[in-house]
Design a protein around this ligand. Structure first.
Ligand code: SAM
Length: 441
């Protein structure tokens, strides 16, 4: 491994990015903010970005090392100390720093003292030799797998149950960074106009083969301005496929039951040519705020945004009244790990039943809203069977008048015939699940 060279300024930028990454999601935004504060330039950006993402991917392992060394969970440490130790462990344990970089790691004690209290700086200074000399004990197969693939053991086990040996390819794909993906907003722009916008900025891009309005930007790109202009929105191909499957028509009445931040609401408004009505509900005030902005930027005129628990929607809107319902359900989101690398360490197996029970309540609510002949799309960005085929099977068994409309692409069949799954390693997008259900007339 070549020797790693980092300056004080570069280490400060990394620490601040890691600290901000705890508060700002996606972590990409935290990184941009910290890097611009420390004036990180293009010649150093890709090296530091690589280290930042590698910290996010390894976070669980890094925290285990810190826990072993300090004797308590890193989560109860001062946030500056935690971020500094995370960077120090990444550099000293997982990389091969040169002598000068090790000196800079020592110098971080001063940085910490200035941000917190001199005692915190001393504490770090005393601990650092232990970090530098740390040798992991990989004494079990589970531990070795965890260190090789950077996922919690239970998650590796679940993916192996689904895919067998192919799970290794999936885990590798989840460890790669996905390019920024945009969906052109047909209410305001054509694909060619957005391509011209990117070309004028010297950016390389490619069109998706599966969704003709999706463009992947192959160079580093901040989509903020483009989104504010309403010409395009950041959206993964697999996400765009959801609204296309539900296929709402102009003049219809539609509910988006878990809608924020509104990527699919905006897409459905476009497919409906801004004619008809979309009720867009969510429970998260911050995400709703963002959704209002996004829909305004995108020129959406037919959405009524409301803070409402989707489970209460039939009481507010009535039963048997909607042409289409989208339930893009709250889920563990493990399909998006390539975009949120630290998420894998926040997933807890014990939380799955709670999420599944909310999904079941929401799908029941979606069903009550639907007219006879109406269609419901149940989708998640999870790859866990419990949240996908598990919920749909449970639902179909309860409703004789529910008919699964078979999906024939653009991705692969799910583990229940007629459903569909997008896989990161097979399709180069986030992991996604789709089931289209019709209420028989
Ligand atoms: N459809 C959105 C899009 O394309 O931009 C993404 C939705 S995200 C997968 C799931 C959403 O469900 C989150 O915004 C979360 O706040 C919301 N949520 C969680 N519990 C809910 C509930 N009981 N009722 C409605 N929304 C809920």
């Amino acid at each position: 491994m070549p020797k790693l060279k980092l300056s004080d300024r570069q280490l400060y930028a990394l620490i601040e990015a890691v600290k901000l990454g705890e508060e700002i999601k996606p972590s990409q935004q935290a990184k941009r903010k910290a890097f611009s504060k420390y004036r990180i330039e293009s010649w150093e950006n890709s090296k530091l970005t690589g280290i930042f993402y590698s910290i996010q991917r390894r976070l669980g392992l890094i925290d285990e090392v810190i826990g072993e060394l300090v004797g308590v969970s890193p989560l109860i440490l001062d946030p500056w100390l935690r971020a500094t130790l995370r960077v120090a462990v990444e550099v000293a344990v997982f990389r091969n720093p040169n002598e000068k970089t090790l000196q800079h790691l020592k110098g971080l004690a001063k940085f910490l003292s200035s941000r917190t209290h001199p005692y915190v700086g001393y504490y770090y200074y005393d601990l650092l030799p232990k970090v530098i000399n740390y040798v992991p004990r990989l004494d079990s197969e589970e531990k070795r797998l965890k260190w090789d693939y950077l996922f919690p053991e239970w998650f590796i086990g679940k993916m192996r149950e689904l895919l067998g040996d192919e799970a290794k390819e999936l885990l590798k794909a989840l460890n790669k960074t996905l390019p920024v993906s945009l969906r052109v907003n047909g209410l305001k722009a054509s694909v060619e106009e957005v391509e011209d916008y990117l070309r004028e900025r010297g950016l390389r891009f490619e069109r998706s083969d599966r969704v003709k309005t999706v463009i992947r930007v192959l160079d580093p790109f901040n989509p903020g301005k483009l989104m504010e202009s309403g010409l395009a929105l950041p959206q993964e191909e697999a996400s765009a496929v959801a609204s296309l499957i539900l296929d709402p028509k102009p003049g219809e009445t539609v509910v988006d039951l878990a809608a924020a931040p509104g990527g699919k609401t905006a897409h459905m408004a476009e497919l409906m040519s801004n004619e008809g009505k979309i009720y867009a509900f969510d429970v998260d005030p911050e995400r709703i705020k963002r959704m209002r902005k996004i829909l305004r930027w995108a020129g959406v005129e037919i959405a009524e945004v409301r803070k409402l628990d989707g489970r209460k929607a039939p009481e507010v809107l009535g039963e048997g009244v909607m042409d289409r319902v989208l339930l893009d359900a709250p889920c563990t989101s493990d399909g998006t790990i390539a975009k949120n690398p630290e998420l894998r360490w926040r997933l807890r197996e014990k939380n799955i039943p709670k999420v599944v029970s909310l999904q079941k309540e929401l799908i029941e609510s979606a069903w009550r809203l639907l007219k006879p002949g109406g269609r419901l799309l149940y989708s998640t960005c999870s790859m866990l069977r419990e949240e996908n085929e598990g919920v749909v099977k449970w639902f179909l068994a309860r409703h004789e008048n529910a008919r699964l409309i078979p999906l024939n692409g653009p991705y692969d069949e799910g583990f229940l015939p007629g459903t569909m799954r997008a896989w990161p390693h097979r399709h180069g997008t986030i992991g996604f699940f789709y089931a289209l259900i019709e209420k028989k007339s």
